[in-house]
Design a protein around this ligand. Structure first.
Ligand code: AMP
Length: 383
């Protein structure tokens, strides 16, 4: 067995690029299984750093710091995919980086991602590249209106996105984003949005948590429920696509695929994230293996864990807006026995900032959603 194919055993140190809540929940799962966690990001006292063994604060462009970091761990993973490829390459010279740089390269750029999906025959929204204003007449003629303009890179939670209904709108959006590369997508009248969070092991093994329904507010995920309210046919088609995407990417690690279910009942891939995802947070309390433990298992070459659910579940995000009247009423939410509170250790509750989440388990996904929303309302209770 080659050195890189051998499992990485408890006691080893795992490096995480990025230091947000995804890294924090990964670190908690990894430490539970006896691993050490080192985190790397430009900041200190971060959500991940607070629960890690070692917190390195350096720029992702500081390749000497990246090399030093990589030499102190047995494998590197990430919780934030906008890490420069030079940083990943510098780490990969010393230890396995999982998922690998090629997966990161594709998923860091919406155009590359959509080209990968379309050229591999996966169903996706119709799109066109916009690299200059002169591309817009042909792109808008091809895609039609309404459409969505998105920056090709560095966009998340709806940042760098605009719905456009005319060529003028599209031109404004393009110049408003500084003339950087963009993608024009057909606006999908969807029935619902859902995701599949999956893992693929070093040996090609595959695990997933089925379909999770997602509701966004102001482009930020607000509520997830599992299982999604979808029929068996659309569900099995989505799982088939998810598995094929993971195979095609030769993924080692966790991947989230966000989909639209159209009003006609078709599924379309919207976006890929090669890491645990906000919609998978409910797996911490609702499944035998959480998405974070699964990331650890995949990255370390351990057998994947069971993704069986204990029951239906729902998750509601807690954004910084919740603090507008002062500290939320935590005991009020904790009164409900089926609700679990997760907070990420962030000091400053800015509007739109993900500060934590609540998860509820119940006999049905709808009941779990009602419960988790009730708990969140209680948090907001005016004192
Ligand atoms: P994204 O950053 O691509 O995940 O987009 C954020 C959210 O914007 C999605 O979850 C959808 O609610 C909405 N959205 C993005 N692209 C489209 C589209 N082509 N048609 C309709 N809604 C979209």
């Amino acid at each position: 067995m080659s050195e890189r194919a051998k499992p990485i055993l408890p006691g080893a140190a795992i490096g995480v690029l990025g230091s947000g809540q995804l890294g924090r929940m990964f670190a908690i799962a990894a430490r539970q299984m006896g691993y050490r966690v080192h985190t790397f990001s430009p900041e200190t006292d971060t959500p991940t750093g607070q629960v890690s063994d070692v917190e390195t604060a350096a720029s992702y462009a500081d390749l000497d710091a990246v090399r030093k970091f990589a030499q102190g761990v047995q494998a590197v993973t990430f919780e934030f995919e906008n890490v420069p490829s030079a940083c990943v390459e510098a780490a990969a010279a010393f230890v396995p980086v999982r998922p690998g740089g090629a997966v990161l390269h594709i998923t860091q750029n919406r155009l590359r991602e959509k080209n990968f999906l379309a050229s591999s025959g996966f169903p996706t929204t119709e799109f066109a590249a916009v690299r200059s204003v002169s591309d817009l007449p042909a792109a808008t003629a091809q895609i039609g209106f309404p459409a969505i303009m998105k920056t090709a890179s560095s966009g998340y939670d709806g940042k760098g996105q605009a719905k456009v209904t005319s060529l003028d709108d599209a031109s404004h959006s393009f110049s408003g984003c500084g003339g950087q590369e963009m993608i024009l997508e057909r606006f999908v009248e969807f029935e619902l949005e859902f995701s599949i969070v999956l893992a693929r092991g070093v040996d090609g093994s595959f695990a997933h948590w089925g379909v999770i329904q997602n509701q966004h507010k102001h482009h930020i995920l607000d509520l997830s429920l599992a299982p999604a309210r979808m029929n068996a046919q659309a569900t099995s088609r989505a799982v088939e696509v998810a598995r094929a995407v993971a195979e095609k990417l030769e993924l080692i690690g966790v991947l989230c695929i966000e989909f639209f279910l159209t009003k006609k009942g078709d599924i379309l891939v919207n976006e890929l994230a090669p890491r645990p995802h906000n919609s998978g947070h409910l797996t911490i309390n609702a499944s035998r293996t959480s998405q974070f433990e699964q990331q650890l298992r995949a990255v370390c070459g351990l057998p994947l864990g069971s993704t069986e659910f204990f029951s239906a579940a729902a998750m509601a995000n807690l954004l910084g807006d919740l603090w507008c009247n002062g500290e939320p009423d935590w005991p009020a939410a904790c009164v409900l026995p089926e609700v679990k509170l997760h907070l990420y250790g962030k000091i400053e509750p800015r509007p739109g900032r993900k500060m934590g989440h609540l998860t509820a388990l119940a006999a049905t996904a709808d009941l779990a959603a009602q419960t988790v929303l009730l708990a969140r309302d209680k948090l907001q209770a005016v004192r």
